[in-house]
Design a protein around this ligand. Structure first.
Ligand code: NAD
Length: 274
């Protein structure tokens, strides 16, 4: 006997139509890939990040024309809580809602612990961790008001395991996994979920800088750096694709993922299976 089950789980390609998504650090790399995937799923997008005004303007036009959605941009610097507050206030004032918050902005610096520049430590903690605290605390009232919210924190495999010479980055990423769990627990009855995505290596400008620096430091080729240094721990021996992370962010934003909250999901080709 077939028992009809009532469900609002949608699998349509415009599954996020009518939603508003803010992606920090979305002028490049993973953030831009996630913004694109959310736009393709029908969400209006608020871009954020550093960059050249003309290029950002072109990205806005392209996304808007390709997917028929609204795209705005906030230049808020993620080291500045006041600018973060203005970004969230402008988003909610502009559309009356903020449904999906992707905390993605991040930077890297590689140095031994006893030589780690203090100002780099402060900057990485501010951008990679504290900015997510500020966006989250400021976005929650609008999400609670609508009884719906999706907070997706882009952590890293380095939120789950350490690597030498990345003290600030590994600390910030472990911190954001902790913030994810607390946020999930505090919002669990309010239609809001909070999850962390933990990618292995993705070939973006952030990683490009490491490839060149490592090649110079070890006197080896770029291919050798990619295979023997970066992907040494990544068993599938290829970079994660931004499209794969975008598709996951869309899934976590749908009603199908309503009971997935508080997780730190590795997307790392088996790195953390070691
Ligand atoms: P990226 O350099 O391509 O992009 C970083 C984004 O953050 C850019 O849009 C940049 O403008 C923005 N940004 C930097 N400083 C900012 C500031 N002060 N205020 C506002 N925006 C700022 O790097 P990516 O590889 O796409 O990294 C995105 C996120 O993914 C980061 O949090 C990173 O730690 C994480 N991550 C990256 C990898 C990887 O292998 N590339 C792996 C795991 C996690």
């Amino acid at each position: 006997m077939n028992i009809p089950i009532k469900t609002d789980i949608s699998t349509s390609s415009r599954v996020l139509a009518g939603k508003v998504a803010l992606v920090t650090g979305s002028t490049s790399g993973i953030g831009l890939g996630i913004a694109r995937a959310l736009a393709a799923a029908g969400a209006d997008i608020v871009l954020n990040g550093l960059g050249v005004a003309g290029e950002i303007g072109r990205t806005r036009e392209q996304l808007s024309a390709e997917f028929g959605i609204k795209v705005s941009y906030s230049p808020a610097d993620m080291t500045r809580p006041k600018e973060i507050a203005e970004m969230i206030a402008a988003t909610v004032a502009g559309s009356g809602r903020l449904d999906i918050l992707v905390n993605n902005a991040g930077i890297q610096h590689v140095a031994p612990l006893d030589q780690f520049p203090v100002e780099k430590w402060d900057q990485i903690l501010a951008i990679n961790l504290s900015s997510a605290f500020h966006t989250t605390r400021l976005a929650l009232p609008a999400m609670r008001h609508n009884g719906f919210g999706r907070i997706i924190n882009i952590a890293s495999t380095h939120g789950l395991v350490g690597s030498p010479f990345k003290a600030a980055y590994v600390t910030a990423k472990h911190g954001i996994v902790g913030l994810t769990r607390v946020t999930a627990l505090e919002t669990a009855e309010q239609g809001i979920t909070c999850n962390a995505i933990c990618p292995g290596y993705v070939n973006t400008p952030l990683v490009e800088a490491q490839i060149d620096a490592q090649a110079r430091a070890h006197g080896i080729s770029r291919d050798e750096v990619i295979r023997d240094v970066l992907l040494a721990q990544q068993p599938n021996k290829r970079f994660v694709k931004t499209e794969e992370l975008g598709a996951l962010a869309v899934f976590l934003s749908t009603s199908a993922a309503a009971t997935i909250t508080g997780i730190a999901l590795p997307v790392d080709g088996g790195w953390t299976a070691h």
